[in-house]
Design a protein around this ligand. Structure first.
Ligand SMILES: NC(=O)c1ccc[n+]([C@@H]2O[C@H](COP(=O)([O-])OP(=O)(O)OC[C@H]3O[C@@H](n4cnc5c(N)ncnc54)[C@H](OP(=O)(O)O)[C@@H]3O)[C@@H](O)[C@H]2O)c1
Length: 420
């Protein structure tokens, strides 16, 4: 069964039941809309294939209605020639840290956004359907399962519109081995296949700069999808992609702000200069991703991207933080070899207890980010290069630290992994 919410109604589809459109006046706030769901009101229900025109169901008349086997005409003109309001953008991973901002940015730019979400979304499924509807206001919400191609396609069919562009912000919430392949590869591929079936001719992928040096399972899963996406564009000149590879997000660097505020030392590996990054905010990255929908100079490109300003090492980030709290720096420098030892022990244990494979992988993820820079890897020198890492946006890490010191880390939680 799948459920799709539109700006003014929703469709319920079940293999055993008929398809129904549920419509409500678009001016109602979400809280009141929910009241209309129960008790069931037959006057608000129309069979999907009813020839009777409905005032509320469609946001716009330009969308096409998918039939049992949709036959979509090859578009004669590019979607780029249309007004944003006539461009249908499917967003998967729309409930994530970046995805939420991407939806908001696309809605603000006037696109017709179709967000795919789970009924229980967010970290550990803590966000209810009602909260998701509120979070993704302005988009059409399609509650479906991206890990199941059939279910995703059914949901899009029920939505009944063509797709012009797919934007994927999907990612494994745990970073575990099986989950990475299931989400970063398979579910992302499902969104490509389903998007293509309904006419998508451009795909914007949120990837990661660290796939340049793939030592982790989630990086391999992302790279496999990237390669297949590029192949798709090679085989069909009417299809294109933009692969966005950002450096570190603010949430990944804010974990020690509250500890330092409480007087605890700032922990870093080695001399604090083993790695560097150009952190980028959710809003700035969302804006860059939204640019990729229409910008012709971003077609068929792999786009590494960082935030504004110079690259910062953990030592520099720690110094910045102490300056902001107005205290003398107190650093705890941990030898990186400690992590190597821990990883060695975990790798040994996995041979005896295979169920520990994710724990061992989390150890490797921690080691990777403690030592590898989130900057462009210069193929000529084999070194990370801050100069070759493009900057975008206006939000700085310093502003972010100030905000966290003032307001805390709400909304900046990491994923579901228990170790890091
Ligand atoms: N953290 C960094 O510093 C950094 C830096 C560069 C690049 N990146 C990359 O940026 C990407 C996005 O990161 P993010 O922090 O925005 O991710 P996130 O907050 O973890 O969001 C992941 C999204 O994928 C969806 N998803 C995960 N598992 C799912 C499942 N089983 N079924 C359906 N949907 C599922 C989530 O839906 P639910 O809400 O329903 O769970 C959510 O919408 C990742 O590829 C990451 O590697 C991260």
């Amino acid at each position: 069964m799948s459920l799709c919410f539109f700006s003014n109604g929703f469709t319920l589809h079940s293999p055993k039941l008929q398809n129904y459109n549920f419509c409500y006046p678009s001016q109602l706030p979400i809280s009141q809309i929910q009241l209309n769901f129960t008790p069931f009101n037959p006057s608000l229900v129309l069979p999907l294939n009813s020839s009777k025109p409905t005032k509320f169901y469609r946001k716009r008349a330009s969308s096409i209605r998918a039939s049992a086997s949709p036959t979509l005409e090859t578009p004669k003109t590019s979607f780029r020639d249309k007004n944003p309001k006539d461009i249908n953008v499917l967003v998967v991973g729309s409930t994530g840290y970046i995805g939420k901002f991407v939806v908001k940015e696309l809605v603000n730019r006037g696109f017709n956004v179709i967000s795919v979400a789970r009924e229980k979304s967010g970290i550990r499924g803590k966000t209810s359907k009602e909260e998701t509807l509120e979070q993704l206001k302005g988009a059409n919400i399609c509650f479906s399962d991206v890990t199941n191609l059939g279910s995703l396609q059914d949901s899009l069919q029920n939505y009944g519109s063509s797709i012009d562009v797919v934007v994927s912000c999907l990612a494994s919430r745990s970073g575990g081995i099986k989950d990475s392949w299931k989400i970063d590869y398979e579910a992302t591929k499902n969104s490509l296949v389903a998007g293509r079936k309904f006419g998508a001719s451009h795909f914007v992928l949120l990837s990661a700069i660290c796939v340049q040096k793939p030592l982790l399972e989630f990086q391999r899963a992302k790279l496999k999808f990237e390669a297949e996406l590029m192949k798709e564009a090679e085989n069909d000149s009417g299809f294109s992609y933009s692969i966005v590879r950002p450096t570190a997000f603010f949430k990944s660097l804010g974990g020690q702000v509250e500890l330092v505020k409480e007087g605890k030392p700032y922990v870093m590996f080695g001399d604090g200069k083993l790695c560097a990054c150009k952190p980028i905010s959710e809003q700035d990255l969302a804006s860059f991703i939204a640019d990729c929908v229409l910008s012709e100079d971003k077609i068929n490109k792999v786009l590494p991207i960082g935030g504004p300003g110079k690259a910062l090492t953990p030592l520099e980030q720690g110094e910045m933080l102490y300056r902001l709290v107005g205290r003398e720096p107190k650093f705890l420098k941990v030898p990186i070899e400690i992590m190597d030892f821990a990883i060695g022990v975990l790798d040994f244990l996995v041979k005896i207890f295979p169920a520990m494979e994710d724990t061992a992988e989390f150890g490797k993820i921690g080691r990777y980010y403690a030592a590898e820079s989130m900057l462009v890897l210069d193929p000529e020198t084999g070194e990370y290069s801050a100069e070759k890492t493009p900057s975008y946006g206006k939000d700085t890490l310093e502003q972010f630290f100030e905000r966290v010191l003032r307001e805390g880390m709400a909304g900046q939680e990491l994923g579901e992994q228990t170790i890091f």
